[in-house]
Design a protein around this ligand. Structure first.
Ligand code: ADP
Ligand code: MG
Length: 698
């Protein structure tokens, strides 16, 4: 039997391989680069490239690629082989430091939102030495950032790395004030829990909507829904089990710390959770996980659906982004400590996150905005689009005691003062979990739960990192000039909590009453992608990103444009798919069925004028009315699509898609879904929800 410990990371050019294959000097320089982000000189790069190539060739690789994450949200790769001509028509395998460190790529087919003028079609990719190279399908993949020649970010990795630098800078200032002289860096960590659906490959192929858009655009509710919550953590079917086993193995070979696999709440829905890693590595690994999931699923005759809402009326899929920050000395800054000193520091970082989430609610909402995720957030059956924090009763009480200058808990006599000597020990109870909160403190980390299942985690983490960096900057500015550190610290925590406690909500986040309450508190509720994106370029948001050098204003404009365009494009594809399905499959099938009904009625009448035709006649009447309604909506949808072609402003275009196209799509769906419940199953041209969700082969 193969032991996991023997093959874990076998496809990764990791620390162990580097130590073995690089000279001590080269290894030491490379490590310094990885830890402090220094640039490599060419001779070191050459040595690393050569060792990497030898290793990759021994592992059977023939090609290499600069693996990057353009703004399409998925990864891109262009394969180059290692071969280089040698004497006498032979080849040798070559790979230089220059090729490792920097690649050139024709960037013109990737979205740039106007950043790259058409005459400057080339972009370049640069090695992110902090993320290990790996071999996938015989190709050495080098994780890289992707920029235009002017240095503007054209990808999701570059801003994420910049945001990690920003929070590192500011966290170090704060840590210094607490006397942490030995800390050299502070890095954010993330464990993204990934939800997905598995459907049968054969059934999937018979659904045009799933094939073209990743979600069902039609489909009546099955007789059994999600009411009986038998699936959550339920027994995993053998075929799914085999898939999960294969998936784990493949991910482990790539060094991805896949940890837990279980069934989710909805039928056919599952989750994979990894062990957390430094944020940019977690982001790379999550991209890999999504890719490998889809590949392994096919091997098992499944299709893995990563869409946020593949089925109406059934739970959607998200990605829970567990986020924390820890020091080079191994201290998790969001973990309550043992001593008053550690707890004071913990409370300050906790307050920094609270303030950051309150100040930049809109950006957090924007960071998860997409056409797919809109079906999860703010819809009637999903968490609301309001951002709030769950802290738990105990922490909330501690902060309230500080705010009100009161004693905390029944046993404490003294007033609660934050300081190096006077903090009480915190109860470390993490059992009080609230599953309905979009941003929950879970004992030693925050779990941001609004991310869509198909999204790159980079956008959300870029926002969290930068927003917290900004608050830490303000905190450091204030504390650095204080004459009495302890009382300044106490006042700062008190002031911050008082000003931002409106963002804390420990109750049921799915309750309608909360939406009303949130509105009273002045929290924003940005229901759709176009509504949310309208705030992206608000002055305070531009100020945030430019001050911390995460985005230039131009980069922000380009990202906005791409996101809006992408939103419109996706809905356009959905709308066209609906028109196609309705006109070519559904309406003709229903016509045929109504013909059968008519024939039956005439046949019956021919036998006996008095025979009852109640079923046939009533069905005929209802179906005919619904079909005419559906047909009218199809025509309306075609008109709205034609109108969209004439809209040049991208914000107006996105709004048109939301208000007109999506709204018409919903009406069309309603008419068709009702028809489905009346038409003989043999005539219905597409597999039903029942087949998709419940009839998965064992
Ligand atoms: P659950 O939330 O399902 O009860 P856990 O609390 O064990 O499970 O962890 C959920 C996820 O949070 C895992 O991916 C785990 O690796 C991650 N996680 C744990 N600690 C941290 C941390 N300090 N930073 C980031 N993620 C973390
Ligand atoms: Mg969780």
């Amino acid at each position: 039997m193969k032991l996991v410990s023997d093959y874990f990371g076998c496809m990764v050019f990791n620390d162990e391989v580097m130590q073995k294959r690089l000279s001590p000097e080269v290894y030491a320089t490379l490590k310094r680069t990885m830890e402090h982000g220094r640039s490599l000189n060419l001779s070191v790069a050459n040595a690393v490239a050569s060792a990497m190539k030898d290793w990759a060739v021994e592992m059977g690789a023939t090609h290499y690629t600069h693996w990057f994450q353009p703004m399409t949200g998925i990864t891109a790769e262009k394969h180059d082989s290692f071969i280089s001509p040698d004497h006498g028509g032979k080849v040798i395998m070559e790979f230089s430091g220059k090729e490792l460190v920097r690649g050139e790529t024709d960037a013109s087919s990737f979205p740039s939102g106007g950043l790259r003028a058409t005459f400057e079609a080339r972009g370049y990719t640069a090695w992110d030495a902090t993320s290990y190279a790996f071999i996938k399908d015989g190709v050495l993949c080098i994780p890289t950032a992707f920029c235009s020649y002017g240095g503007e970010a054209l990808d999701k990795k570059t801003p994420l790395l910049r945001s990690m630098e920003a929070i590192n800078r500011q966290a170090l200032r704060v840590l210094k004030l607490f006397g942490n002289e030995e800390v050299t860096s502070a890095k954010t960590t993330v464990g993204p829990e990934q939800e997905y659906f598995l459907v049968d490959k054969e059934t999937f192929r018979r659904r045009k909507d799933l094939m073209y858009t990743g979600r069902t655009l039609f489909g009546a509710k099955p007789p059994k829904g999600q009411e009986v919550e038998g699936h959550y953590y339920g027994v995993i079917k053998p075929r799914v089990q085999a898939f999960m086993k294969d998936l784990d193995e493949e991910l482990w070979k790539l060094g991805v710390l896949a940890k837990t696999e279980h069934n989710e709440a909805a039928p056919s829905q599952h989750e994979l959770a990894p062990i957390f890693a430094t944020t940019n590595i977690a982001a790379d690994h999550n991209q890999l996980t999504m890719e490998i999931m889809q590949k392994i699923a096919k091997k098992h005759d499944f299709i893995c659906l990563l869409h946020e809402k593949p089925f109406a009326g059934v739970n959607g899929s998200g990605k829970h982004n567990n986020w924390s920050i820890s020091t080079s000395t191994g201290v998790n800054l969001l973990e309550p400590g043992e001593t008053p000193y550690e707890n004071a520091q913990f409370l300050l970082f906790l307050c920094a996150v609270i303030k950051a989430v309150d100040d930049y609610q809109d950006l957090l909402r924007i960071s998860v905005a997409s056409a797919g995720n809109d079906h999860r957030l703010g819809a009637h059956e999903a968490p609301p689009a309001v951002v709030s924090i769950f802290l738990g009763d105990e922490l909330t009480e501690i902060l309230q005691s500080i705010e009100k200058d009161e004693a905390y808990g029944a046993k404490e006599k003294e007033l609660l003062r934050v300081g190096v000597h006077t903090m009480p020990k915190f109860p470390k109870d993490t059992t009080d979990r609230n599953r309905t909160s979009p941003f929950a403190f879970t004992g030693n980390k925050f779990e941001f739960r609004m991310l869509g299942s198909s999204a790159s985690i980079s956008d959300a983490n870029t926002v969290i990192n930068t927003a917290v960096a900004e608050v830490l900057r303000q905190f450091a500015d204030e504390l650095e000039v204080a004459t009495d550190f302890e009382s300044a610290l106490h006042d700062l925590i008190k002031k911050t909590f008082t000003a931002h406690k409106r963002i804390i909500f420990n109750g049921n986040g799915y309750d309608d009453k909360w939406i009303a309450e949130a509105e009273k508190r002045g929290l924003s509720n940005l229901r759709s992608t176009p509504d949310a994106l309208a705030h992206y370029l608000d002055e305070k948001n531009i100020a945030l990103f430019t001050a911390h050098k995460v985005y230039t204003e131009k980069e922000m404009q380009s990202r906005l444009e791409i996101t809006l365009k992408n939103y419109a494009d996706l809905i356009a594809i959905e709308a066209r798919t609906m028109v196609d399905m309705a006109k070519k499959d559904i309406l003709p099938a229903v016509s045929e069925y109504t013909q059968t009904l008519c024939n039956t009625i005439s046949a019956k009448r021919a036998v006996n004028e008095k025979l009852s035709c109640a079923y046939e006649e009533e069905s005929l009447e209802k179906i005919s009315a619904l079909v005419q309604k559906a047909y009218a909506e199809v025509k309306k949808l075609e008109r709205e699509l034609a109108r969209a072609e004439k809209i040049t402003d991208v914000s107006a275009l996105a709004m048109h898609f939301k208000n007109k196209v999506l709204a018409t799509m919903e009406k069309l769906r309603k008419a068709v879904d009702e028809t489905e419940t009346l038409v003989c199953a043999d005539y219905w041209p597409f597999p039903t929800y029942g087949e998709l969700l419940f009839e998965v082969r064992e």
